[in-house]
Write a protein of this length. Sequence first.
Length: 221
Amino acid sequence: MYYQQQPINLSNYLQPYLIEVSGNNEMTVSPDMGTINLGVITENQELLQAQQQNSLTINNVIQSLLSNGIPKEKMKTFDYRIDSEYDFVEGKQIFRGYKVTNLLQLTVDELSKIGKIVDEAVHHGANYIANVQFSLKNQDTQYQKALSMAIKDAANKASEIANTLKVHLQPIPVLVIEDARTEQPIPSLGGTYVKGLSTTTFEPGQLKIKAKIIAHFRYYV
């Protein structure tokens, strides 16, 4: 009679215990998208004149953006408001006029053109520029790569601990907890925004993507 011996599964005989480890990964990638808030702020004692002047100027700015390759679908109104302005003289509130604010938020795919876009907008009347930031179009894809490496880091740590303790490690974690996710957009400070100057430069730099997990591995003694 022929008998075939089955391989012994240690997990059926040994008491399981847990190793808890953290896994970390940090990636540095080049941004491929920029956002800018820019627009026109107009002041006048007459509200209608302030609105008309603001409308004319913002339309000139929009035309300059279009001519520099920013399509309308990449522009959206970020803020529009009308404020009454007052001065305080000897404790008295004196009406000074109206302030009309019309701001756009732009999305720019060609990062090398941001300086030129800003300079042209200023040349055509924009007097407000802020919040120039660089980021990634596919942040989730890059983060998933960092997350995968964080899990491998945790597995390597668990394996090293098991080898040091001379115990049997189950290589597949029984629990993985996503502990932290960080995607850091990079703010950029530009040069001086003055009509006629064409020297504004922006450096995208690098974007850091961090992933951290907590993992539990079974081991047997």
